[in-house]
Every structure is written in structure tokens, then in C-alpha cells.
Design a binder for this molecule. Structure first.
Ligand code: NOJ
Length: 957
């Protein structure tokens, strides 16, 4: 019977995997477990403000931290009484303070009171060096019924004892920043030992969760002050500014859910959780700026944004002079380990958050260029054909991807030797053009005794176990599959070894020879086997017996994931770690690629699942989207939200994964995708082929132009990736990150900034003739293609061209470009630069350029060039901003700046003087874009040929 069911499910899996279901929207909502069907969420939401049962006692400073006991109200008169089973026991609270205005609040069960087990604290997310930033608290001031400690020069942290509350306020003032439990909703369900006859199991659509420790959820309210909007907590296909989920006027009252899931054909406007989770929220307002709150907890979480007036009947009054947004956080398990970030600017908050969870990794240069993917490029001939067509059509690309069909029966790390008999040779051919290949490695491991990976993993006991202690057996592409227990560092390191050149047969070694087209000298190109990596679709055993993909059409079935009572090593229940499982996979795979390259090559690993900290390990994409206009539109807030929560290297499948985009949609998607931090086209295997040259000459030309735009801007993008790597500030930013006091930007998620200089407005409707674009700030903006100037602080109604989406350079900025088109970014390495200077009303501008070897870690030792270009008083100066520390590694480049375009400069000058050489160069009118048909009306300093790495000035005469 079981086998029959499996065969049936496999058939359905294939059928459904291959077909595009159109009428998904109507039933999608019923398919996933909503709050009412999730007991901990339902219980928490039913609680009334003011019912918090705890009071702070024994407040003291210990080891530089504030500690307190949280006593249940019923026994705080007598703290030393015995605590019977079932009764609330005292909890331990600690407040820790770190540099840069970061407050950490932890609450857990008291280990001295013998809880049935230690609750799960998510390991390896907080940077190992972060604890050294702890400030040793010296002084505890008492104030009414509160204890106050120093947080930073401008702020202090307050613990109110009864009613219990923790908040951050401005020093000496009354202005609050963030508070927890101001509405008295804090609750902490403690682990219990089951007594005879008690029924703790929870059933959901045929699946039973044993819940061996009973209910263990935690919930509390968090208030953000002076807030106009809150943002963050990915992943949802939803707006950038989070909408109220409860309160007056909210019709569909579902909280934002954080639960990593493979959601088939997700809809474009929903609070249901997708593939990844980051419990980090940012608030922003016009009067006092930005603050942030992070809960390090990897269990299922549900978060309500409470609409104003939700607490009208609570009788609780908070400072009314400050605008406030209240939120309610509920998690199924874990502990309270929360961080408060004081900002005060949006960039400060992102930087504070990434000082805890890590800055985004610096990608290799090639990874920031264009990627071509499809499920699947069929065989070697197909690969060769696609590759050569890019050249034939003069379209650059850097990476060709192979999806699951390249393997031998979905046994990852192997090849289908019929379709791909010569994988090394195939990769070498790409490498000769400076291109790379990425292959997929999925997390499910085929339970096949002859498969080396399974054999070893099962012998070593490396799989996650089911509640009965057997290897958890799920159902996915390869059939019966098991999952490695990646929470364990030993298993991660074993997995990492599998990526070595010796172990991953058919992947290419890390150094190949290629011809540098410019110098005609033989140069080394690095080509490692870079690996696409997908997680989050963990098929549960219940699905195995009933169906797997069938889940998507029969709503009664359980969600497609591992059961919550599955067991990881050390007695950790899957419910406690669920949202971080993919994170550990990402980490181990990325470590594997570092090891493979002997610690010399930066890894490239793309994951669909993510958690707080994933930014340290690679890129993330928004999963299986659909080829429709709404999904194009929602891709922008999804990417911006990821950036706000640390993950700056992200993108959406260009073209839409499911379905067949009309040519117009495809073109628009390329035009906006060219500005995504991660730029990749991808498609489901049942869709029609859609490589850029398949839609007629005009569309090929439009797509080529979009891709060319990205290649031209690669120096700018790479500089931004470095900025993200050093500060956490994302590559793609909401407008309010650059214009924090401009209210008109706060809920704009149709336009976004790439760095501080470029504004991009998407076109999300077909056959549209006009669009409105709001250009913030006092300075003007220059159209990126036509160079036309537009006033700032105004909404412009613009004619829409089929040639591009509207994009503008802000006056006062300088953008570095490379304008020669080649086959790949690798081949552009020695090309000269163009600087585009957009002058502001004071005839000034500034910009930066960061360059390194594009692949190794030597930039970490200082081997890079970092220049600041300043235009002022009719003179352009190049300044070194790299550190001059003695012993710093060196990186040199002979690249020159071959052209400088001045926007907003009055016409007339004929020459410029280059110093220190003391040579005159010509100024003439030239085009803004080399291939442009729009004429040559832009002041251009021709061939200044100054070294990109040197100090120089160019004075307009
Ligand atoms: C799901 C992934 O999200 C998608 O990108 C991939 O093509 C298919 N699985 C097949 O591997």
C-alpha cells in the first residue's frame, strides 16, 4: 500500500511539477495553517493586555550585567517557596549592553530549578567577536519601581519591576525609543513533564505532533515610538511597509508568519511565511528616526502589527506625545533573546543589526554580473548552444546554471553521464570565455544504499531522526530521502568536505587558463565548481504516505515540511530549530567551497531558505515566483526587505519561474532585474524556452540593452557590495534610507535606490504610456539614458519608453562605469573606466570606486583600491580612502579612466589640465552612452587617461 501511495505521489509530483495551475489564488489561503489552527498563536492572541503574570525581583548587577528573577505574581510575596509541577516557576532575566547602543534582553527558565531540558538557544548566529563588545555595567540607579542602566551616551535602559516592562529611552528625557511588555502581554510557557493520562498531542490534517514537553511558547508586545511605519521580518510576498494585522478596520486578521516553507506558486500579497525567516523589525518615523528590534529565535513565529486603536479598551496608557506602533510577537519555543537597536538613522540600525549577525559576504565579481538559469539545460549540446548564442547576439553573461536534471537520479554531487558525459570539458569551454558554471545541490539525500553520500551519512548516524528515533524519511525529487542534521558542527564539516575537488567528481579544479582578450596575454581565470543550493522543501513523512506535491491541490494535507517533533542531536526538537535549518546548510556549503579553494576563493552559494546571519554565507533569491505583473511588482519590496534585514545580495527569478511571460513582461523584468543586487533569469522546466534572443529582434535588442546597463554599472555595484560588506548598508535601498525625513518616501515600494546615487522606478503594468515618479530631495536628478534633468522633491508624470524603466542619477554624485561590452565581467577586468559626474546646484559632486582582485580574500588584508572622487570649484580630485596601515597587502591595477562626463556643467570649456602630469586634454561634446542614438550633447573630458589607482586632479580650464 505504502509503495503504491509513493508511486502515486511521485506521479502527481511530476505532473504537478510540470504543470502551471492557474486558479491558485482562490484557495491558496486555506492551504496553510493559519493562526487559529496553530494553538500557541490562538492562545496568545486571545490573551488580554495587562495579564502578564511576572514581576521583577532581586535586581542586581552581576558580571557587568543586570540580572533579575521574574517571579510569578501569585508567589512573589514568597520567592523561596517550593514550585510544584505545573505551577509557573521563577524565570531568569538579564540585560546586557554592547557598544553602539545595543541592548540585549534574555529571559529563560532557571537551570537551578531543574527544567526537564535546556531550552534551545540558536547557536552560531551571533558573531563570535560580538560578546567582546559588551560594556561592563558599573552602576544601577533606582527610580520609583524601576532600575536604570547606561546604554550609550544618548540612551539608557530601564527595567520596571511591576508591572514588568523593559524599555530604552533618551537619557535624561522622557522620550522613549522601544519598549517590551508595555501592554502586559508577556507570557512564557514552561517545559513540563507529562503526567499519566495527560493528552498533549496536537493534530493537524492527519499529522500528530507528540509535543513531549507540552506547550512551550513565548509571547510579548513590543512598541516602537515616534514610528510612522514598521518594516522587515521577511519573508513575505507583501508590501515594504508592514500593514496592520489586527485592530480596528483590519478585515483578514492573520499575523505575519515566520515559518520556512516551500510555498507552491505563492501569491503576491500575503502575510504567510515563505522560504526564509528573519525576526528583525525596523521602525521609522519622520520626527526622531529609526530603531530596530531582533528576536534570536528559530521556532515558528507569528507577529502582529497592531493597528492604532487596538488597545482602546485595555486601560493601559503610554506616553501619548509620541506616535507609536505596537506589535505582538509569538513563538512556539526557544527563549527570549532579544536585541534593541537605537539607531538613530536607518543606516545606523542596519549597521547595528549586522554588527550582531554579521556583515554581508563580499561576492566575487562574476557573481554580481548576469546569470542564465533554467530547469534544465538538457545536456552538453544544449549548454554549448546557449553559450554560443549569447556571443552571437552580443549579450554578455557570466554564469550558466544546471538544475537537478544534470544529476544521476537526483543524487547530488553526481552527473547524469548520458546527458553530461564530459562535465570538466564543458566547464573548461565556458571558463575559456571567463564564464562560470553553477550546479545545484539540494538538501534531500536519496535513501539508496549504493549512493555514497547516503551510505556514509546513515552509517555515521548523521540524519535527523523522527519522533520514534529512526532516520526521518521524507519524500522529495529522488523519492525516499533523509536530511542531514546540520545543526551539528561535526556534520557540517563532513558535508563541507564533500565539495572538495576530489570528492565532487566532475567539478573543475580551481585554476584554469584563459585568454585575456585585451592584453592578448595569457591570464589566469579562477573557476571553481560554484554551487547553487536550495533548501526549505523538507517533505514530511505524512506527505510521503498521502502525497507530496499533492499538497498543493488538496488543502487538507499537512504543510510540506519536517515534523516539529523530529529530533536533532542533543535532544533538540525540530520545532526549536526549524527556521534556522537552511541557514546551517548555507553555512556548511559555503565553508565547503572555501575549503575547496584552499581558503583562497570567495564562495558563491545561493539559497532560498535563510535566517538571520545568512548574509555571511552568500546570496538569497525569492524562490518560485510566477510570470505575472503583480509578481514583478512585489519582487521589489521583497528584495528591499531582505536588504534591510542584512541580506543585501538578493534577487528574484527574472521572467518569473512558473508560467510563460509575454515578451513585454519579460523585457520589463530584465529592465528592472538589471538593478537587482542578484541578477538571474530562471524558469520552470515546463515553460517555453525564453533565452533573450527568442522573441524577435526588437525584444532581443531591449534585453541586450538591459543586460548591458548592468555590465556598464558593474564597478558601481561592486563598490556598493563592498559598502555592504563593511557597514551592512544594503546595495538596493528603500528611498527613505537615503531620504529619512521625507515622508513621501516611507511607503513607496515601487521605486528604490541602488546605493546613494541611483533611483530606479519599475514599470509594473503592461502597455503603460505614462508613469508617475517621485524624485526626493532638494537636488535635481539626471535621467540615466537621456541625461535630461528633473527637479527634486516633485512627482513627475513621465512618458514611458519601451527602451528602459525610468532610472536617474542624483545630482551631487559620481558613478564609475565600464562602457566596453565584452562576453563576461571577467573579460572586462582590464578595461578603462568612465566617470559620470552629476553636478548639484553648487556645482559639486562626490562618488567612490572600490576595486580588488574580484575573487580572493586578500582584500581582507588590505589588497584593494578605494578612491573617493570629489568635484568642486571646477576641479575633479581623486583621493585615496583605503587604509595606509603598514604591512597592508597591496593590490595594483593599471586601469585608466578614459572618459569623464559632466552633467549639469555649463557649456563652453574646451580643455582640462591634468595634474601632476601637467598635461592638457580636450573637452568635447559626447554621448552619455556609447551606443546611444540620442546625440552627443554632454560635456566629455576625452582621454584623460589617469590611473584609477593614483592621486590626481583634473581642472576644467
Ligand atoms: C525549486 C527551486 O526553487 C527552483 O529554482 C528549481 O528550479 C526547482 N526546485 C528544481 O530544482
Amino acid at each position: 500500500m505504502k509503495t503504491q501511495m509513493r508511486n502515486l505521489s511521485l506521479l502527481l509530483l511530476l505532473l504537478l511539477g510540470c504543470s502551471h495551475l492557474s486558479s491558485v489564488v482562490s484557495w491558496k489561503k486555506d492551504e496553510f495553517r493559519n493562526c487559529n489552527q496553530t494553538p500557541f498563536c490562538k492562545r496568545a492572541r486571545n490573551r488580554k493586555p495587562g495579564t502578564c503574570a511576572f514581576v521583577a525581583h532581586n535586581v542586581t548587577l552581576l558580571d557587568g550585567e543586570l540580572t533579575a528573577k521574574l517571579l510569578p505574581k501569585e508567589n512573589h510575596e514568597n520567592p523561596d517557596q517550593d514550585h510544584d509541577q505545573g505551577q509557573s516557576k521563577p524565570l531568569i532575566l538579564s540585560l546586557l549592553v554592547y557598544q553602539d547602543g545595543i541592548l540585549r534582553l534574555k529571559i529563560d527558565e532557571d537551570p537551578k530549578l531543574d527544567p526537564p531540558k535546556k531550552r534551545f538557544e540558536v547557536p552560531d548566529v551571533i558573531l563570535p567577536e560580538f560578546p567582546q563588545k559588551k560594556l561592563w555595567l558599573q552602576k544601577l540607579s533606582k527610580e520609583d519601581d524601576s532600575s536604570v542602566v547606561y546604554l550609550s551616551d544618548g540612551y539608557e535602559a530601564v527595567l520596571r519591576h511591576e508591572p514588568l516592562e523593559v524599555y530604552v529611552r533618551e537619557k535624561g528625557g522622557k522620550r522613549r525609543v522601544i519598549s517590551l511588555n508595555s501592554h502586559g502581554l508577556f507570557d512564557f510557557e514552561q517545559l513540563k513533564v507529562k503526567k499519566e493520562g495527560e493528552e498533549w498531542e496536537e493534530r493537524f490534517r492527519g499529522h500528530t505532533d507528540m509535543r513531549p514537553y507540552g506547550s512551550q511558547s513565548i509571547s510579548f508586545d513590543v512598541s516602537f515610538y515616534d514610528a510612522d511605519f514598521v518594516y522587515g521580518i521577511p519573508e513575505h510576498a507583501s508590501s515594504l511597509a508592514l500593514k496592520p494585522t489586527r485592530g480596528p478596520g483590519v478585515e483578514e486578521s492573520e499575523p505575519y508568519r515566520l515559518f520556512n516553507l516551500d510555498v507552491f506558486e505563492y501569491i503576491h500579497d500575503s502575510p504567510f511565511g515563505l522560504y526564509g525567516s528573519i525576526p528583525f523589525m525596523i521602525s521609522h518615523g519622520k520626527s526622531h528616526g529609526t530603531s530596530g528590534f531582533f528576536w534570536l529565535n528559530s521556532a515558528e513565529m507569528q507577529i502582529d502589527v497592531l493597528g492604532s486603536g487596538w488597545d482602546a479598551e485595555s486601560g493601559i496608557s503610554l506616553p501619548s506625545s509620541q506616535n507609536r506602533i505596537d506589535t505582538f510577537w509569538m513563538s512556539e519555543a526557544g527563549i527570549v533573546d532579544t536585541f534593541f537597536f537605537v539607531g538613530p538613522g536607518p543606516k545606523d540600525v542596519v549597521s547595528q543589526y549586522t554588527s550582531v549577525t554579521g556583515r554581508p559576504a563580499m561576492p566575487q565579481l562574476f557573481a554580481t554580473a548576469y546569470h542564465q538559469c533554467r530547469w534544465n539545460y538538457r545536456d552538453e549540446e544544449d549548454v554549448e548552444n546557449v553559450d554560443s548564442k549569447f556571443d552571437e547576439h552580443d549579450i554578455p553573461y557570466d554564469v550558466l546554471w544546471l538544475d537537478i536534471e544534470h544529476t544521476d537520479g537526483k543524487r547530488y554531487f553526481t552527473w547524469d553521464r548520458v546527458l553530461f558525459p564530459h562535465p570538466e570539458e564543458m566547464q573548461r569551454k565556458l571558463a575559456a570565455k571567463g564564464r562560470h558554471m553553477v550546479t545545484i545541490v539540494d538538501p534531500h539525500i536519496k535513501r539508496d544504499e549504493s549512493y555514497f553520500l547516503h551510505k556514509e551519512a546513515s552509517q555515521k548516524g548523521y540524519y535527523v531522526k523522527d519522533a520514534a528515533g529512526n532516520d526521518f524519511d521524507g519524500w522529495c525529487w529522488p523519492g525516499s530521502s533523509s536530511y542531514l542534521d546540520m545543526v551539528n558542527p561535526e556534520i557540517r564539516s563532513w558535508w563541507a568536505e564533500k565539495f572538495s575537488v576530489e570528492n565532487y567528481v566532475g567539478s573543475t579544479p580551481s585554476l584554469l587558463r584563459g585568454l585575456d582578450p585585451q592584453s592578448k596575454r595569457c591570464k589566469a581565470f579562477t573557476l571553481s565548481g560554484f554551487h547553487l543550493f536550495l533548501v526549505a522543501f523538507l517533505y514530511s513523512s505524512v506527505c510521503v504516505d498521502t502525497s507530496s506535491r499533492l499538497i498543493y491541490v488538496v488543502p487538507q494535507l499537512v504543510e510540506v515540511t519536517m515534523p516539529r517533533d523530529a529530533l536533532h542531536q542533543g535532544g533538540v526538537e525540530h520545532r526549536e530549530v526549524h527556521n534556522a535549518y537552511g541557514y546551517y546548510f548555507h553555512m556548511a556549503t559555503s565553508d565547503g567551497l572555501v575549503k575547496r579553494g584552499d581558503g583562497k576563493d570567495r564562495p558563491f552559494v545561493l539559497s532560498r531558505a535563510f535566517f538571520a546571519g545568512s548574509q555571511r554565507y552568500g546570496a538569497v533569491w525569492t524562490g518560485d515566483n510566477t510570470a505575472d505583473w503583480d509578481q514583478l511588482r512585489v519582487s521589489v519590496p521583497m528584495i528591499l526587505t531582505l536588504g534591510l534585514t542584512g541580506i543585501s545580495f538578493s534577487g528574484a527569478d527574472v521572467g518569473g519561474f512558473f508560467g510563460n511571460p509575454e515578451p513585454e513582461l519579460l523585457v520589463r523584468w530584465y529592465q528592472i532585474g538589471a538593478y537587482y543586487p542578484f541578477f538571474r533569469a530562471h524558469a520552470h522546466h515546463d515553460t517555453k524556452r525564453r533565452e533573450p534572443w527568442l522573441f524577435g529582434e526588437r525584444n532581443t535588442e531591449l534585453i541586450r540593452d538591459a543586460i548591458h546597463m548592468r555590465y556598464m554599472l558593474l564597478p558601481y555595484f561592486y563598490t556598493l557590495f563592498r559598502e555592504a560588506n563593511t557597514s551592512g548598508v544594503p546595495v538596493a535601498r528603500p528611498l527613505w534610507m537615503e531620504f529619512p525625513s521625507d515622508e513621501a518616501t516611507f511607503s513607496n515600494d515601487e521605486a528604490f535606490m541602488v546605493g546613494n546615487s541611483l533611483l530606479v522606478q519599475g514599470i509594473y503594468t503592461e502597455r503603460v504610456k505614462h508613469t508617475s515618479v517621485y524624485l526626493p530631495g532638494k537636488e535635481s536628478w539626471y535621467d540615466l539614458k537621456a541625461g535630461a534633468v528633473y527637479k527634486g522633491g516633485v512627482t513627475h508624470k513621465l512618458e514611458v519608453s519601451e527602451e528602459c524603466v525610468p532610472a536617474f542619477q542624483k545630482a551631487g554624485t559620481i558613478i564609475p562605469r565600464k562602457d566596453r561590452f565584452r562576453r563576461s565581467s571577467t573579460q572586462m577586468v582590464n578595461d578603462p573606466y568612465t566617470l559620470v559626474i552629476a553636478l548639484n546646484s553648487s556645482q559639486k559632486a562626490e562618488g567612490e570606486l572600490y576595486v580588488d582582485d574580484g575573487k580572493s580574500f586578500s582584500f581582507e588584508q588590505g589588497a584593494y583600491i578605494h578612491r573617493r572622487f570629489v568635484f568642486s570649484d571646477g576641479k575633479l580630485t581623486s583621493l585615496n580612502v583605503a587604509s595606509n596601515a603598514p604591512g597592508r597587502a597591496q593590490f595594483s591595477s593599471e586601469c585608466l579612466i578614459e572618459r569623464i562626463i559632466l552633467l549639469g556643467h555649463s557649456a563652453g570649456p574646451k580643455t582640462a589640465l591634468v595634474e601632476p602630469e601637467n598635461k592638457n586634454v580636450e573637452i568635447e561634446m559626447g554621448p552619455l552612452l556609447l551606443k546611444s542614438k540620442r546625440g552627443s550633447g554632454f560635456i566629455t573630458i576625452r582621454k584623460p587617461n589617469v590611473p584609477v589607482a593614483g592621486d590626481w586632479t583634473i581642472k576644467i580650464l
